[in-house]
Design a protein around this ligand. Structure first.
Ligand code: AP5
Ligand code: ZN
Length: 214
C-alpha cells in the first residue's frame, strides 16, 4: 500500500504514520525526519537544510526529490510506504509521477490553523525514532521521556509560534494546491483521495484511517 499523508504542519501526519507503520508494516518516509537526521549527522545536506528549516521555509525541490527517490528504491519499500511531508509542492508531485511512482491512497488531514498553533506549543519529539507526543493530547507514559527507550524528549526548533505561523503560510501557498492536484488524480482513477477531520482525538483519527484503508 502506497500512501501520501497530506496536511498542514502539525495536522497529525507523523502521529498517524506511527500508527499505520505498526498496522500495515510499511515504512514511514518522513522528509522532515530525514533532514533532521542529516542535520544531526552534520552532513553537507544537513548544514544547508538547517538554516532553511529553522526559518520555516522549504528545502529546494531538487534536493528533496533526490532524497525521496533514493529512499523509495530501497528494498523495504517494495510492498509500500507512507510518505509523510512529501510531496509538498507541485514540482515534487510531478517528479513522482514522471518517475512512475504510483500512489494508492492520498489522505488529507483537515485542521484549522489556530488549532495547529496551539498544538505545536505542546509537541515533544524523540529525535532518534521520530515518535511524536503532546503534553496534553498524547502524553508519554513518563513525563519528558520516550515510551520505548526512556530517552529524553525535545522541542523541535521550528515549533516556536512565529515559525509555526510562517510554516502555515507556506503550506497554504505551496502545498495546499496539492489538494486539487490529487483530487484530480483521483477523478482520473489514478488514486483514492480521502479527507479526514484531523481535529478529533488521536485514537479516533486512527480508527477512521483503519476503516477507510481496510
Ligand atoms: P516536517 O517535519 O515534515 O514538518 P511539517 O510538515 O511541518 O509537519 P509536522 O511534523 O510539524 O507535523 P505533523 O503533521 O507530522 O504533526 P504531528 O503528528 O507531529 O518538515 C519540517 C521542515 O523540513 C519543513 O518546514 C521544511 O523546511 C523541511 N521539509 C520537509 N519536507 C520537505 C519537502 N517535501 N520539501 C521541502 N522542504 C521540506 O502532530 C503535531 C502535534 O499535535 C504533536 O504534538 C501531536 O502529539 C499532536 N497531535 C497529533 N494528532 C492530534 C490529534 N488528533 N489531536 C490532538 N493533538 C494531536
Ligand atoms: Zn511530522
Amino acid at each position: 500500500m502506497r500512501i501520501i499523508l497530506l496536511g498542514a504542519p502539525g495536522a497529525g501526519k507523523g502521529t498517524q504514520a506511527q500508527f499505520l507503520m505498526g498496522k500495515y508494516g510499511i515504512p514511514q518516509i518522513s522528509t522532515g525526519d530525514m533532514l533532521r537526521a542529516a542535520i544531526k549527522a552534520g552532513t553537507e545536506l544537513g548544514l544547508a537544510a538547517k538554516k532553511v528549516m529553522d526559518e520555516g521555509k522549504l528545502v529546494s525541490d531538487d534536493i528533496i526529490i533526490g532524497l525521496v527517490k533514493e529512499r523509495i528504491a530501497q528494498p523495504d519499500c517494495e510492498n509500500g510506504f507512507l510518505l509523510d511531508g512529501f510531496p509538498r509542492t507541485i514540482p515534487q508531485a510531478d517528479a513522482m509521477k514522471e518517475a512512475g511512482i504510483v500512489i494508492d491512497h492520498v489522505i488529507e488531514f483537515d485542521v484549522a490553523d489556530e488549532i495547529i498553533v496551539e498544538r505545536m506549543g505542546g509537541r515533544r519529539v524523540h529525535p532518534a525514532s521520530g515518535r511524536v507526543y503532546h503534553v496534553v493530547y498524547n502524553p508519554p507514559k513518563q513525563e519528558g521521556k520516550d515510551d520505548q527507550t526512556g530517552e529524553e524528549l525535545v522541542i523541535r526548533p521550528d515549533d516556536e509560534e512565529q515559525t509555526v505561523r510562517k510554516r502555515l503560510g507556506i503550506y497554504h501557498e505551496q502545498t495546499k494546491p496539492l489538494v486539487d492536484y490529487y483530487q484530480g488524480e483521483a477523478s482520473q482513477g489514478n488514486c483514492q483521495y480521502h479527507k479526514l477531520d484531523g481535529t478529533q482525538p488521536v485514537d479516533q483519527v486512527s480508527e477512521k484511517l483503519a476503516a477507510l484503508l481496510g
